[in-house]
Design a protein around this ligand. Structure first.
Ligand SMILES: [Zn+2]
Length: 112
């Protein structure tokens, strides 16, 4: 189920019906599906937890790797700038992934 949500959303498809699109622009999600009216953002800030977690992983992991290999300051700076670019570039991916988790959690809560 979670896997299907992730695949759908990363392909810009509604996790519910797999027909409507999820993203309004590269950096903005729609509030609900045009086709089946499933809400992507149910309560404002609901998927912040996952977004924060994913963001941390994105940022901290490269820094830890760089520290581990004891790179010089110049390399650290380049590495940080690079991960920032990747970070911005991967925004739809980050949003989509956190939405997938959020959607999955909501679905599970309802069925319990
Ligand atoms: Zn839909």
């Amino acid at each position: 189920m979670l896997y299907r949500y992730i695949v759908n959303i990363l392909n810009d498809k509604c996790p519910e019906c797999a027909e409507g699109s999820v993203f309004l622009t590269r950096f903005k999600m729609k509030e609900k599906c045009d086709v089946c009216d499933a809400y992507f953002i149910e309560k404002n800030g609901d998927n912040w937890f996952f977004l924060l977690f994913i963001d941390r992983a994105f940022f901290i992991f490269p820094v830890v790797v760089m520290l581990y290999f004891g790179l010089s300051m110049a390399y650290m700076l380049i590495g940080t700038l690079f991960s920032l670019l990747v970070f911005i570039y991967a925004t739809p991916f980050r949003l989509g992934l956190s939405l997938s988790f959020d959607y999955y959690m909501r679905f599970n809560q309802r069925s319990n």
